[in-house]
Design a protein. Structure first.
Length: 417
């Protein structure tokens, strides 16, 4: 490796799909890394200009020019510097494209001085798979010279009975990223877009006395379409369990599952004490999704017999979070937003405060029931509980997920051993 490369902050990106391309955009905007190596794993188009054309344009977010400079009319400078080596620059920042191999073991990260790789293919998510697995493994990046790998998806182990390896851990920036141990953690998962938004909704509730006693919770995400759905109806692959994702994404509202609740337990262990359910509703939009969070709390009454926990208190909790510990990550809004307003918006979650609702009811526990449990009581008990419905917007691609993935990558790189 040349001394020139040693002096650069280099980022490897494996996979140039939705998250891979937008990861490049994010870091070109942030300006921390000054050299990028992108592995596509195959030839793209007929010439280098074709992958460049793909990287600087996006149907959802417009052009890279627009992303970086708005409507100022300013444009990016793009120059091919070595066609044979797949080298070009954007605004003077060198970018190299590898096309030779899909297997991470065969990607020469070491030669390019790549210490950190963002794994964006969506297929290499099992940290227990050996590096020499014929179809490739996330561990192959480490054998190829990288020191750390961040997967842009939750872990998914082929053998569910296996435990997560000690060198692997899941992190969401602003929630538990500070637990990252450079000496121990080499394979990181940045969870999912929904887990990212959901965790930032839950965090202020758990950290506030009046809302910390959660009895049960559930969420539904009204989620934009993704590339694992079909444009038109298609025959299911062998072993497919969810037949609905094979139906046309253009023409249907599709009920499906989400692993957000399971992932939430990994990054916020306190939530394991809560009965939490999660599901997803896919809709025909290109980005920006909505979490509808339902939470039931133990609560108390004030001296006037009114519930201490109400809509105003919950909104105040989010206002405080947005101006304090989660500033820039949680945004509190009293506007009447629609999904397109949040496309590209750089926040983990935007709380739709005008739609926060609470209702307090009472659970009647009569003396006969208490006596069954050997509890002496002179009278029936009315136990107050408050149910809250909270809405949060998140751009499941660029604004929320890739933005926080980028912050995590910079944090990991700055703490390289």
């Amino acid at each position: 490796m040349s001394s020139y490369l040693q002096s650069m902050q280099t980022l490897g990106i494996n996979g140039a799909g939705r998250i891979g391309k937008l990861t490049l955009w994010n870091h070109l905007s942030v300006g921390y890394f000054d050299y990028f190596v992108i592995n596509t794993g195959r030839k793209v188009g007929r010439k280098l200009e074709d992958i460049i054309d793909y990287l600087v344009k996006d149907t959802t977010y417009g052009t890279l020019d627009r992303f970086l400079y708005g409507y100022s009319g300013k444009t990016c400078s793009v120059e091919i510097t070595n066609r044979d080596e797949g080298l070009f620059t954007i605004n003077g920042i060198p970018i190299r494209v590898f096309t030779a191999s899909r297997n991470p073991r065969e990607i020469n990260w070491a030669r390019e001085g790549v210490q950190l790789v963002i794994e964006c293919t969506g297929s290499l998510v099992d940290p227990t798979a050996p590096a020499d697995r014929p179809k490739g493994s996330v561990r192959g990046h480490l054998e190829a010279g990288a020191e750390k790998v961040i997967i842009s998806a939750p872990f998914n182990m082929a053998d569910g009975a296996q435990k997560l390896p000690s060198d692997s851990c899941m992190f969401v920036y602003g929630i538990n990223h500070y637990k990252y141990d450079p000496a121990t953690h080499h394979i990181l998962s940045a969870a999912s877009c929904t887990t990212t938004g959901l965790s930032h909704m839950i965090k202020p509730l758990l950290e506030t006395r009046e809302t910390s006693a959660i009895i049960t919770a559930s969420m539904s995400t009204v989620h934009a379409a993704t590339n694992n759905q079909n444009i038109l109806d298609a025959v299911p692959k062998t072993g497919t369990s969810d037949l609905r994702k094979n139906r046309s994404v253009f023409n249907n509202i599709i009920l499906t599952t989400t692993g957000a609740a399971d992932a939430l337990e990994e990054i916020m262990p306190d939530i394991r004490n809560v009965g939490f359910m999660a599901d997803s509703v896919r809709i025909p939009t290109s980005t920006s999704s909505l979490i509808m969070l339902n939470v039931t709390f133990k609560t108390k009454l004030n001296e006037a017999g009114e519930p201490q926990l109400n809509r105003d208190l919950i909104n105040e909790i989010y206002k405080k979070a947005a101006g304090g510990a989660q500033k820039g990550l949680v945004i509190y809004s009293e506007k009447q937003n629609v999904s397109s307003d949040l496309a590209g918006f750089p926040a983990a979650i935007v709380i739709e405060g005008v739609e926060t609702h609470t209702r307090t009811g009472f659970i009647l526990v009569d003396t006969a029931t208490m006596q069954e449990f050997d509890i002496e009581a002179a009278a029936d008990l009315n136990i107050p509980v408050t149910h809250a419905k909270i809405f949060g917007w998140y751009d499941n691609e660029l604004g929320s997920y890739v933005n926080l993935l980028g912050k995590l990558a910079v944090y990991v790189d700055k703490n390289m051993p």
